[in-house]
Design a protein around this ligand. Structure first.
Ligand code: FAD
Length: 741
């Protein structure tokens, strides 16, 4: 017996290590599977025009051709199947190994990873990291390969095919071939173009790139795609001009490529493209935003242009975007109340929104806000300034009045705050979106560089660290330097809401928090003595307890992975069922899938209709059940809490929790001693002192501010990671929290 007992811990340990082994084997298998599927996707496209590729495609055609789905099904399965496979395997991966709950692995090497080392720090592309540069070069090489391999195959045979053609005619045909191929490559890019802007996309969550970063890839891909499509158009219109057949642009052939819808799509695309450059985005966001909706004209025109089977290559991207758009629509239907708002002396205000405890978000998350009483159509993004652990029932946003919309909201806050009324306001909320993991935890030390209201996400980061220290979590960053530049001293009061002592009184024992503020547009003499104590007070609206029930909807793309994948699966099933029924009862009886009776553009429209039915009806049904399920569990939780205490106590409890977070008057983090007037931060000096203090470490640098600030910080990171690295052996990992989309 004694012997058996003695062996028990050993066998238990064996069981545990076996379980761990199986777990990591499964994790590796899933990772390898994800890599293989990605390889299959790009590999298929790259070998398509080789002898082997053509044989494989023909075999695939013979294998997957069906009466119900015809060529369209074959192409969708071939080109979009891998993307859907990535979504589902990715869902399993994220479900089994959620990044949000796992401990972040500590970085051992002093050198930053490829994704955190800037190589280009200014110019039309903005700050570009090594990983992004590899991606850009990879995409260009991929496109060049696709073009060259096709031309090498088709050009020599053209002269044989048209022996009577003159040299000029032969060149016109060659140019058209180039155009044809550019259109095909554009189509592939179009499919990829939609993936980064599917805000809650499982693919983005899988690679842990939040939407506001992914938007950068969308911008680059967008410019590239539109260049390809424009050249595609020119390569056809040019030769038609020389042939004297420009009237071809009005042709709408039912059983070939329909040219007119293609021209309409290109015109819509060009209009959209012309307003999507940085200049318009920053100076006339509305113009950019509304013309960008021409993507609907672009996609419909493109589908009518190419019919049902060529669209297969862009299908997955468009489908997943449509799903995400529908989910966002469902989420934003719910009206959210505003619990309270605080007006700060600089005009910036803090808005507190109610949420349910199970709505997860991250320290660097952001939400889109719509206030119908200001403008029904506009959705504005704002970072969350509270940590998820500050309060399970609230979410805070710090908003700086910048343009018309933010000013109007500020006026409403100011009116309610001055008259001490509740801010009776309904809002629509989309999100939260953001990183899957708290990546900043992987560093020993953090250097946070903020400009103005760009400090908002860092308030959340510091609050989160304090909560983690309070919970005694091991391996956290032990040194945080916040460098904050503001224009006027009044803005300094934004940081009053951060009171480390309130969250964790003993924080200074574990965390070294250095805050250095720079007031760039004022000198010390400009300050009126005593002004900051007497006149710079915060004005608060009354707490609106009726808003507590109108919480942010739990139907969010970055929410429950099981529900989202079930809704995507239902949408795909709906598409398959709809197009299958149309195929069996309408298309196949008409022309046996020969594409000679039913016009191509009608077939294209059937694909689009299938997407709408799949997403809205089938996906929508699952979303409906998800919504009801969420409401039932919310009610149950409320009932249970009501039974254990009165609902009034619940409201009071919630209000107290809110008040404790809202206490602005305990201890100021910004003092005269750590504030410098009339100068900008000397970044080189700051980096130098960090490099000396943390020699041999990798420092996490997070920047949130204007473009110039991001460039300067990236420049310092690059310099210290390359030239100066050998002196200090310190790495600076660059991460930007961008307020530009
Ligand atoms: C991810 C992200 C997080 C942000 N977090 C905060 C925050 O925490 N606090 C804060 O004060 N500001 C934040 N912003 C900026 C905020 O969204 C803009 O200041 C606000 O939308 C300005 O709207 P407006 O009509 O008042 O001003 P405008 O004068 O119309 O615009 C001012 C600037 O904001 C940009 N902008 C305008 N409308 C939008 C929009 N709908 N979407 C994206 N950009 C827009 C314009 O390009 C312009 O550069 C964030 C932006 C992004 C992209």
């Amino acid at each position: 017996m004694g012997n058996t007992n003695g062996n028990e811990p050993e066998s238990k340990m064996k069981r545990v290590s076996l379980k761990e082994l199986a777990n990591s084997a499964l994790q590796w298998t899933l990772c390898i599977l994800l890599c293989l599927i990605t390889l299959v996707f790009f590999g298929t496209l790259m070998i398509m025009d080789t002898g082997l590729g053509q044989k494989l495609v023909l075999d695939w055609l013979a294998l997957t051709q069906t009466e119900a789905w015809g060529d369209s099904g074959v192409f969708i399965l071939l080109f979009s199947g891998p993307i859907f496979a990535l979504v589902f395997v990715g869902s399993v991966y994220l479900y089994l190994y959620p990044r949000s709950s796992g401990r972040v692995r500590k970085r051992k090497e002093a050198r930053p990873s490829l994704g955190a080392h800037p190589v280009i720090v200014s110019g039309p592309l903005g700050v570009v990291t090594s990983a992004e540069l590899f991606w850009i070069i990879g995409m260009l090489l991929f496109a060049a390969w696709m073009l060259i391999i096709y031309l090498v195959k088709t050009f020599p045979s053209l002269a044989e095919q048209y022996p009577e053609a003159s040299t000029a005619e032969l060149w016109q045909k060659r140019v058209k071939k180039i155009g044809l191929r550019l259109g095909w490559i554009g189509e592939i890019c179009l499919g990829l173009l939609f993936l980064p802007v599917s805000r809650g996309s499982i693919l983005l969550r899988l690679i842990d790139i939040p939407f506001e970063h992914a938007a950068k890839y969308h911008v680059w891909l967008g410019h590239f795609t539109m260049t390809l499509f424009t050249l595609h158009g020119i390569c056809f219109i040019g030769p038609w001009y020389f042939e004297g057949r420009l009237d071809k642009i009005f042709h709408w052939d039912p059983h070939r490529i329909a040219i007119l819808p293609g021209v309409i799509a290109l015109a819509g695309g060009l209009l959209m493209w012309s307003t999507s450059f940085q200049y318009t985005r920053t100076r006339a966001f509305e113009l950019f935003y509304y013309t960008h909706h021409l993507y609907i004209v672009f996609v419909v025109g493109m589908v009518l242009h190419v019919g049902d089977f060529v669209v297969g290559v862009a299908f997955a991207g468009i489908f997943l975007f449509a799903f995400d758009r529908f989910l966002r629509f469902c989420q934003s239907r719910k009206e959210v109340g505003v619990l309270s708002a605080t007006l700060l002396p600089c005009g910036t205000y803090e808005v507190v929104l109610p949420k349910t405890a199970d709505l997860a978000y991250n320290e660097l998350s952001f939400v889109f806000l719509n206030v119908p009483s200001i403008n029904r159509l506009q959705w504005h993004p704002f970072s969350v300034s509270s940590s998820p652990e500050d309060s399970p029932h609230h979410m805070r946003l710090l908003i700086k009045p910048l343009g018309t919309w933010t000013r109007k909201l500020g006026e409403a806050v100011s009116k309610a705050a001055i008259s001490r009324c509740p801010l009776k306001l309904n809002a629509g909320v989309e999100g939260p979106y953001g990183h899957e993991s708290s990546y900043f935890l992987e560093y020993e030390a953090l250097l946070l560089v903020a400009g103005g209201v760009g400090v908002s996400p860092f308030v959340a980061v510091i609050r989160d660290l304090l909560h983690r220290y309070k919970r005694n979590e091991p391996g956290l960053p032990h040194d945080v330097t916040l460098v904050w530049a503001v224009k006027t001293h009044k803005e300094l009061r934004i940081l009053d809401s951060l009171q480390p002592i309130l969250t964790y009184p003993d924080y200074a024992l574990h965390l070294k928090l250095n805050v250095k503020a720079y007031v760039t547009k004022e000198s010390l003499e400009d300050l009126e003595i005593g002004e900051d104590e007497v006149t710079l007070t915060h004005l608060e609206t009354m707490y609106d307890s009726t808003a507590e029930q109108r919480t942010i909807s739990h139907l969010v793309g970055s929410g429950n992975i099981l529900w989202i994948s079930a809704a995507i699966a239902a949408s795909i099933f709906g598409y398959i069922l709809f197009t299958g029924l149309v195929g069996v009862f309408y298309l196949f009886p008409k022309d046996h899938n020969s594409h000679s009776v039913v016009p191509w553009w009608i077939r294209g429209l059937i694909v689009l209709a299938g997407m709408v039915v799949g997403v809205c009806v089938f996906g929508g049904s699952v979303i409906c059940i998800w919504y009801l399920f969420g409401c039932t569990s919310k009610k149950k939780a409320r009932r249970e809490r009501d039974e254990s205490g009165s609902s009034e106590a619940l409201l009071n409890g919630s209000h107290e929790e809110f008040e404790s977070c809202n206490n602005f008057r305990v201890q100021k983090l910004i003092q005269r001693s750590n504030t410098v007037y009339g100068v900008r931060p000397d970044l080189q000096d700051i980096f130098d002192s960090c490099a000396k203090r943390f020699s041999g470490s990798n420092i996490g640098v997070l920047v949130c501010g204007p473009e110039g600030m991001q460039s300067s910080v990236a420049e310092q990171c690059r310099a210290f990671n390359t030239v100066l690295h050998h002196r200090h052996q310190t790495g600076f990992s660059y991460h930007s929290v961008s307020f530009d989309l």
